[in-house]
Design a protein around this ligand. Structure first.
Ligand code: UD1
Length: 375
């Protein structure tokens, strides 16, 4: 992909929150085979503790970040503003040829904005996904980021259609597949060495997995209570294991959980993959888990009224379960009566990183001034 006389393009890659880390890891492996691209990892510190960040860097073999902005938590405005304030000097210091942002978290939109205002080429990984629900903070982050990105790397066909409908120039869009699934396939074998099944006494057992953290599901006590009521009833049929995000843990106090629902701290990536790949069903409101269960062929009931990842329903094992105790229970009963069969979507084949790196290289080479931009 390169000759000795060619430019090396510096790319600042932004990692902010947990779901970003598994998408960046395969990209960094692929970058290491492309000497023309020189990635520099910046961690905004949106997720900062060992359980949400540190153990993911180790499991995924991500290099230590060159910069950690340590923004921590705050309101959306505070967190976004702090990322913007602290990221700008890093961009000025490196003067990169591109800034690469991932997914739909506050770090994604904030860093894209900083880069674009400095006239720097913006690459968005996982572009084009739309829930069409603007009450979700992630949907706002997706819209803002895609509107100002120069190269939009897309995971599923719906993303291409959404971007074209919004007027994105087709030459900016590249359907490369799903980096999160690259990570899943890469680590699946290693996850079999995880001791989590033995620790929880789950080897050979029939169990379900639960993850819930979306503000719309857990921030309002009445809504959260609804969902826990539904899960308590489902737990009469199947034991449930619930690794809870810090947002969820903070709100669980005082809510009665069935003794057949076992609450766990957030798991490492390898432990989570191990538990998910052995579970009979997953109840979730996470975007990434909808995709991972589709790739693994595990039934997934999404505790939402919409999804920005429609291919997980049209082709995969995902079903929308709504957000009331009745709807979630009904979805569970329906699943028991009508087991789902899915197939793995197009380009979810473990090679998305190679295609992404090729698309990035081609786009940077094609940029006006690329020949003499290596200052
Ligand atoms: C963020 C993303 C969401 C993503 C999720 C995955 C936005 C708007 N949301 O939501 O898209 O699905 O990450 O996890 O960017 N906390 C810790 N330790 C940490 C990080 C957070 O205890 O390392 C606590 C915070 O103090 C806060 C809560 O978790 O109380 C929520 O964190 P926050 O970064 O606001 O957003 P998430 O809900 O994690």
């Amino acid at each position: 992909m390169t000759t000795a006389s060619e430019n090396v393009f510096r790319i600042l890659c932004v990692a902010g929150a947990r779901p970003n880390f598994m998408k960046l890891a395969p990209l960094f492996r692929a970058f290491s085979h492309c000497p023309s691209l020189s990635p520099i990892l910046v961690h905004t510190g949106q997720h900062y503790d060992e359980q949400m960040s540190g153990q993911f860097f180790r499991d995924l073999e991500l290099p230590p970040p060159a910069h950690n902005l340590e923004v921590g938590s705050g309101s959306h405005a505070q967190q976004t503003a702090e990322i913007i304030r602290r990221f700008e000097p890093v961009v000025l210091q490196h003067n990169p040829h591109a800034v690469l942002v991932v997914g739909d978290v506050n770090s994604t939109a904030a860093c894209a904005l900083v880069a674009k205002k400095l006239g720097i080429f913006v690459i968005h990984v996982e572009a084009g996904l739309r829930s069409f629900d603007r009450s979700m903070p992630e949907e706002i982050n997706r819209l803002v980021t895609d509107a100002i990105s120069d190269l939009l790397l897309v995971t599923e066909q719906s993303g291409v259609c959404n971007l074209k409908r919004e007027g994105t120039a087709p030459e900016k869009i590249s359907f490369v597949g799903n980096l999160m699934i690259d990570s899943l396939y890469f680590h699946l074998e290693r996850s079999r060495n995880s001791r989590v099944l033995d620790k929880l006494g789950l080897r050979g057992q029939h169990f379900g997995l639960v993850t819930l953290h979306r503000p719309a599901n857990v921030d309002d006590p009445a809504q959260f209570q609804q969902l826990l009521g539904g899960l308590n009833m489902i737990a009469e049929d199947i034991a449930l294991y619930f690794p809870a995000h810090p947002r969820t843990q903070a709100r669980l106090d005082g809510h009665g959980l069935s003794p057949r629902i076992r609450l766990l701290d957030p798991l490492s990536y390898l432990d989570f993959v191990c538990l998910m790949s052995h579970s009979a069903v997953v109840f979730t409101d996470s975007g990434g888990v909808q995709e991972e269960t589709t790739a693994l062929g595990i039934p997934c009931l999404t505790v939402r009224n919409n999804t920005e990842r429609p291919v997980t329903i049209s082709e995969g094992t995902n079903r929308l379960a709504g957000t009331t105790s009745d709807s979630v229970l009904a979805a569970w009963r329906d699943l028991k009566a009508n087991p789902v069969q899915g197939r793995v979507p197009k380009l979810w084949d473990g090679k998305a990183a190679e295609r992404s790196v090729q698309a990035i290289y081609n786009a940077l080479r094609a940029k006006p001034g690329a020949e003499d931009s290596n200052s």
